[in-house]
Design a protein around this ligand. Sequence first.
Ligand code: TMP
Ligand code: MG
Length: 212
Amino acid sequence: SSGENTGRGALIVLEGLDRSGKSSQCAQLASYLESQGVAVEAWRFPDRTTAMGRMISSYLSCQTDLDAAAIHLLFSANRWEKCSLMESKLKAGTTLVIDRYSYSGVAFSVAKGLDLDWCKGPEAGLPAPDLVFYLDISAEVAAARGGYGGERYEKLEIQKKVEKVFKSLKDTTWQSVDATQSIDSIQSVLREESVKAINECQSGKQLMQMWL
Ligand code: TMP
Ligand code: MG
């Protein structure tokens, strides 16, 4: 690269079912990019460190119950409370690699029976990812990997429904990656595509808004 960092950072999102391998791929991708001299941070949603995040965490661990609409809005608000920080990081040239985003927000709530357009509503206007990797694995294969924790959605029946909704959400920013490949094969696809996206953002690609 030419040295001076003038363009914005890229917003890169990993999505997929529970046990699809998102978290380890995110961490590996962020440290690879860092080793290449890219300013990068690894984030995740839900961000359980905030007050809203703690409410979400308590819901997910079944310590509290909330109406489907209420938890949907909390997940969304948990992204909005990070919106200005996301925008300022990107503008300052930092690339964000995020484990789950609005697509998870919509997929899980629609799987529970909420209306698709209603679910997209509160997400509209958030910064839109430049690149989304969907780690594609069937709910059955993911479940067979074992290691589901005891959290609320970590069950085959709901994961099957979520898988269907995810696939209906695919847009032009999505790249599906076969998540049954080796960790290294997946990682090399992620690295190559991320570098391309980062270069495009560096050279002036505009940041878009989610679902607008
Ligand atoms: P995590 O396992 O990645 O921490 O996510 C916790 C669970 O929350 C996971 O089952 C997916 C679900 N989820 C939603 O239902 N809505 C959202 O907006 C997000 C980010 C996650
Ligand atoms: Mg989980």
